[in-house]
Design a binder for this molecule. Sequence first.
Ligand code: NAD
Ligand code: UGA
Length: 464
Amino acid sequence: MVVKNVCCIGAGYVGGPTCSVIAWKCPDIRVHVVDKSEMRIKQWNSDKLPIYEPGLEDVVRECRGRNLFFSNNIETAIKDADLIFISVNTPTKTYGIGKGRAADLKHIEMCARKIAEVAEGDKIVVEKSTVPVRAAESITHILSANTKPGVSFQILSNPEFLAEGTAIENLLNPDRVLIGGEESEAGAAAVAELTWIYNHWVPSEKIITLSTWSSELSKLASNAFLAQRVSSINAISALCEATGADVTQVASAVGQDSRIGSKFLTASVGFGGSCFQKDLLNLVYIAECVNLPEVAMYWQQVTDMNVYQRTRFAKRIVECLFNTVTDKTLAVFGFAFKKNTGDTRESPAIYVCSHLLEEGARLNIYDPKVERSQIEYDLTSAAVTNEPERIKKLVQIFDDPYEVVKDAHAIVVLTEWDEFKTYDFKKMHEVMKKPAFVFDGRKILDHEALIKLGFHTETIGKRF
Ligand code: NAD
Ligand code: UGA
């Protein structure tokens, strides 16, 4: 078989950009991205894509309608495809066994059942979503229990490592591509088909073939290691604040050891995003399930440290503002979980803002890419507050950063957007209440300059 038709179930942050790049780099393949959400598909077919990702628009514009299609026709897309990516969400379970920790695989299972129901001929099914180890086994069970004559399936694991904000760059130049498959002739043939697709732009030495279980676990382990680095430097940042050391200097000194490396050592208000916390909790749950409590506790500490870091930052704001923020206006710069994305899933901003709202602060919020309705939803959702009406009264969302700071007591930086560094802070200082404070949770501003302008300046991992 030579793959001519690819289907991707799930047109989200992973399915959309990944398949756009496949369509771009493989003009000989027809790529059909499907989703159950009509709204999402409508947006993918419009001028305003459902996600903001640098470079994505250009790729979509070039391929859409040529060999890249977005639709809700899930059954047709499955039938036509030689290879099907499952790229649906796998959130933390909010109910039943494993609640709050295990990955919820209901969407994956629904995809497997739909594929079993409508597939004709031979299909390669690729797990793109992040899943617990041995999830492929469940997919295999469902597919083989429902197989019809003349239909055969091969299941592969091909986890995704893109980071939001740099998705296109990461997809075009991946550090590695993992392909896990069954150790059999048919398994090897399926691995070869997927390898052939990636070989359109990824050199062979970067494509690693491994067992399905190793591939699944490597994804969880990679995210756990990355999150652990952030929690490690954040733990050191607390020590810096207590001892007079500067975490930027420490990170630079530590990172120059080539065995440690310099990336992912930026202390911050904490990590966010849809995956680190979810995947860590999933790893913890798996370790508990296989009776390895010490392993579970080790990784649990990485997420505990993250909660500590964002809470510590929120408490420090209250403490510096003379132990009360009630009825004080705070200008919040940034709500996304990192720069260059409009995504707010698990953003530390949600937690810091909620803490400040609990304390009675009024928040003026500005983010260049996050939709107003998203901020409102995040701060009033049931998981965050049981007083949505009170919160609505305390929060105002602005489109202009200079409006946000008017009569504010403090600026609180929660996302590292580059544009924040370019603002005229002298002008801002003039319209703020005095003493005017800056709390830089991302360490991006010129602190010496702010102090000269008269700002009381606080940041992570350093005392002035
Ligand atoms: P997402 O929520 O943005 O997108 C998932 C999409 O799947 C949604 O649009 C949803 O409507 C659709 N969907 C769910 N069930 C469906 C079904 N039965 N049929 C059709 N469509 C269905 O999620 P995401 O951020 O793209 O993440 C997808 C997976 O990739 C997750 O497992 C995640 O852990 C993993 N991952 C995410 C990232 C990231 O940066 N977001 C990076 C690497 C891996
Ligand atoms: C992360 C991984 O980097 C990807 O490889 C992975 O594919 C993805 O999760 C996933 O599985 O979903 P992402 O969450 O998009 O990607 O973004 P990161 O760049 O990893 O940042 C995560 C969080 O950590 C952000 O809130 C960021 O601000 C924070 N961070 C990152 C720091 O606080 N310090 C750092 O040094 C690096």
